[in-house]
Design a protein around this ligand. Structure first.
Ligand SMILES: Nc1ncnc2c1ncn2[C@@H]1O[C@H](COP(=O)(O)OP(=O)(O)OP(=O)(O)O)[C@@H](O)[C@H]1O
Length: 248
C-alpha cells in the first residue's frame, strides 16, 4: 500500500482498533483500519448495520478514543490537538439534529456562547444553508425536520470546520428535502473545499454524493475505492451481496 503524504490528507487512519466491553465479553468494533481521506474530498461510508461506521466517524473528533493505532487529522496526531480546536475544525452533524431550547439564533450562537467563537453574521449563515433569516427569531420546536437539519448544519458551519462528519443526516427527511440537503452539501464542498465524510444507509445517496466509498463489515474496512468503481465492480463477495441488498 502507498501511503499519502500526511499533509495532503484530511484524515489518516493507521491500524486503528476499537473494542467495547459488554457484560461478559469484549467486542472488537473496528479492526486494524488503515486508510486515507484526501483534503476536500467526499467519502461515503457504507456497510451493514453494526459494521462500525458511526464508531469510525466518532473517532475523528474524539467523541470516542481509539484503543490502538495512529489517527492523524490534517497531518497532526489527533491527541496533540487541543480538544476545542479539534471539535471546531472537525464538525459533526447527526440524524436527529439535537437542538437546545430556544430560538434558531440562540442555537446558531452555541459556539459563541460555549467557546467564544465569533460566528460572523447569522443571516449569512442562514443564507448559506438556504434558510430565510426571518426564521432566526423562531423557536426551534416550530421548525420542520428539514429546517432543523439545515439549522444544525449552519450551527456546525459557524465553527468554520475543515472537515464535516455526517451521520445519516437525511434519514428522517422527505425525499425532496433529502435532495436539497445533498445539493447544499455538494455546493459547500465545492465552494469551501470542506472534506465530507458521510455515513449513509441509502445506496443511491452514497453513489450520488460520493467520490470515494469505504465499505465496512464486522469492523473491517473491506473496500476503499472510487465510488463509481465500488458500485460498478465490487471486489469482495460481501460488498456484492451488500449492494444487491442481501446484507442489511
Ligand atoms: N458505546 C458503545 N458501547 C458498546 N458498544 C458499542 C458502543 N458504540 C457502538 N457499539 C457497538 O459497536 C458496533 C458498531 O456500532 P456502530 O454504531 O459503529 O455501527 P454502524 O455501522 O454505524 O451501525 P448502524 O448502521 O446500525 O448505525 C455495534 O455492535 C454497537 O452495538
Amino acid at each position: 500500500m502507498t501511503l499519502s503524504h500526511p499533509s495532503a490528507c484530511a484524515v489518516q487512519f493507521q491500524h486503528i482498533t476499537k473494542s467495547f466491553a459488554h457484560a461478559n465479553h469484549t467486542v472488537t468494533v473496528l479492526d486494524r483500519i488503515d486508510g486515507d481521506i484526501k483534503q476536500g474530498s467526499i467519502t461515503t461510508l457504507v456497510g451493514p448495520s453494526g459494521s462500525g461506521k458511526s464508531t469510525l466517524l466518532s473517532l475523528c473528533n474524539l467523541l470516542i478514543t481509539p484503543d490502538t493505532g495512529q489517527l492523524y487529522i490534517q497531518g497532526k496526531d489527533i491527541h496533540s490537538w487541543p480538544i476545542t480546536e479539534l471539535r471546531r475544525n472537525v464538525g459533526i452533524v447527526f440524524q436527529d439534529a439535537p437542538m437546545v431550547q430556544g430560538t434558531a439564533l440562540y442555537n446558531l450562537q452555541t459556539a459563541q456562547r460555549l467557546h467564544g467563537i465569533d460566528i460572523g453574521n447569522p443571516e449569512t449563515l442562514m443564507e448559506q444553508v438556504g434558510l430565510s433569516s426571518s426564521l432566526l427569531t423562531q423557536h426551534v420546536q416550530d421548525l420542520s425536520g428539514g429546517q432543523k437539519q439545515r439549522l444544525a448544519l449552519a450551527r456546525t458551519l459557524a465553527n468554520q470546520p475543515q472537515i464535516l462528519l455526517l451521520d445519516e443526516i437525511t434519514s428522517a427527511l422527505d425525499p425532496s428535502s433529502v435532495r436539497e440537503v445533498e445539493q447544499l452539501l455538494l455546493e459547500i464542498n465545492r465552494e469551501s473545499r470542506i472534506t465530507l465524510i458521510w455515513v449513509t444507509h441509502q445506496m443511491e445517496q452514497a453513489q450520488r454524493v460520493g467520490q470515494e466509498t469505504w465499505f465496512l463489515m464486522n469492523g473491517q474496512l473491506l473496500e476503499q475505492r472510487s465510488t463509481a468503481d465500488f458500485f460498478a465492480h465490487p471486489q469482495t463477495e460481501e460488498a456484492r451481496q451488500f449492494i444487491k441488498g442481501e446484507l442489511q
